[in-house]
Design a protein around this ligand. Structure first.
Ligand code: GDP
Ligand code: IMO
Ligand code: MG
Length: 430
């Protein structure tokens, strides 16, 4: 039986989605990115080789599997073509394996400028965005003045839309930020150059996916960012500008929600966050530094050090609920191998009362104090474990408790960055 699976981040992003999508692509025929843009950085490590994907789906290393950039993605063509170029040089890219939705919105140079300038203006209240123009591109989509990949195929249309946009954007940039505006010719020529290369990939991908489903193909939907960065259900306003949760797989790729068979959430065995915003289990000082160094917790997109903390079962339970999670993937268990003691947050204390429902109001969340359950460390390597029983006893107990608190069955446990370092407890395609 063919299956359509959605993979989403259960935390604040960087859970290891890229690695998991790469593994599951073995059993898939099509891999679809459905939201976000090149704010994402998805790492796949194969042998000695490391790949970081920002826009290309993480299934792209598997020849013959179709990779789709869906309707809900915002595409910076320069970044996309750069990624394709790198893969070409490494002898990997096959043009017939890539499709881009006509409906996917383009990130324009003014989006990037506005993203950075707005953050500067916010000062201490900044969001800590990746500066890639994601927010402003989604704003234009909602304001109905965005320019889409399909527009690249019609020069006159593209030029007219660009002209209309610059009228407003240049005025805004000059008066609010006191910076020089953009010249239409430069952008126009650059984007027409991109258009010539992108044209063969641009398609009606919703129709393609429907045909693939009807012919019994397995489809993997690859989420970017994480549930707690969802624009509606995350820690607003410290979120990204798209819906990152499983429901977006449907709207972001043009398939009905009834076509999705299962939702898998990916979580680290601890927590990280990049950028600003509340983070109840955040650690400071030596404990944070140790997790950061052990887990190489530096942003795959911006290189920023990631904030690190203990596993938060309140947040994970919330992510399980809003995504309708069927299975859980727990990554980076090996990072905890050498600790004497570990903590899992099982509830928050708010104004003297215990709560176990995740508050999405950032002001309230920032006042929540974690209530911890302590675990003894296992102080043995979990790397190389091929089955659950191979894991150190303490690690098994930790995983069991984490799954119990989250209320979701563990499907995969990842014990190293390499493609091979994973224990499959339940194959979601079977
Ligand atoms: P994504 O954005 O969710 O795809 O995650 P990132 O690629 O941004 O960050 C995850 C990081 O952890 C990458 O550097 C991965 O290579 C690495 N990684 C993934 N799984 C594991 C694991 O089980 N153990 C270790 N040590 N590293 C892992
Ligand atoms: P992947 O797919 C972690 C964060 C930024 C910032 C906030 C808004 O690799 O998990 P944006 O540029 O989207 O407007 O920034 O969201 N952020 C991520 N954090 N992983 C990501 O993607 C992220 N994409 C955005 O750091 O706090
Ligand atoms: Mg990442």
């Amino acid at each position: 039986m063919a299956k359509n699976l959605v993979i989403v981040g259960a935390q604040w992003g960087d859970e290891g989605k890229g690695k998991i999508v790469d593994i599951l692509t073995d059993s898939a025929d099509v891999v679809v990115r459905f939201q976000g843009g090149n704010n994402a950085g998805h790492t796949v490590i194969v042998g000695e080789e490391k790949f970081i994907f920002h826009l290309l789906p993480s299934g792209i290393l598997h020849p013959g599997k179709t990779c789709v950039i869906g309707d809900g993605v915002v595409v910076d063509p320069e970044v996309l073509l750069g990624e394709i170029e790198v893969l070409k040089k490494r002898g990997i890219f096959r043009p017939q394996d890539l499709l881009i939705s006509k409906n996917a919105h383009l990130i324009m140079p003014y989006h990037k400028r506005l993203d950075v300038a707005r953050e500067r203006l916010r000062g201490a209240n900044k969001i800590g965005t990746t500066g890639r123009g994601i927010g402003p591109a989604y704003e234009d989509k909602a304001a109905r003045c965005g320019i889409r990949c399909g527009d690249l195929l019609n020069e006159a249309d593209f030029r007219a839309k660009l002209k209309q946009n610059l009228l407003e954007k240049n005025h805004y940039i000059k008066t609010v930020f006191h910076e020089a505006g953009f010249e239409i010719h430069e952008i126009y020529h650059d984007y027409m150059r991109f258009a010539a290369i992108m044209e063969p990939f641009i398609e009606n991908t919703s129709k393609f996916l429907d045909t693939a489903m009807r012919s019994g193909k397995n489809i993997l939907f690859e989420g970017a960012q994480g549930t707690l960065l969802d624009v509606d259900h995350g820690t607003y306003p410290y979120v990204t500008s798209s819906n990152t949760m499983a429901g977006a797989a449907s709207t972001g790729s043009g398939i009905g929600p009834s076509r999705i068979d299962a939702v898998i959430g990916v979580t680290k065995a601890y927590s990280t966050r990049v950028g600003e915003g509340p983070f109840p289990t955040e650690l400071k000082g030596d404990e944070a530094d140790r997790l950061r160094e052990q887990g190489c917790e530096y942003g795959a997109t911006t290189g920023r050090p990631r904030r690190c903390g203990w596993f938060d079962a309140v947040a994970a339970g919330y992510a399980a609920r809003v995504n309708g999670m069927d299975g859980l993937v727990i990554t980076k268990l090996d990072v905890l191998d050498n600790l004497d003691k570990l903590q899992i947050c099982t509830a928050y204390r708010l104004d003297g009362k215990l709560i176990d429902d995740f508050p999405t109001d950032s002001n309230i969340l920032s006042r929540c104090e974690p209530v911890y359950e302590e675990f003894d460390g296992w102080r043995r390597s979990s790397k190389g474990a091929k089955s659950f029983d191979d894991l150190p006893k303490g690690a098994r107990a930790y995983i069991k408790r984490l799954a119990e608190l989250t209320g979701v069955e563990p499907y995969i446990i990842s014990v190293g960055a390499n493609r091979k370092e994973a224990i499959i407890l339940k194959d979601p395609f079977k």
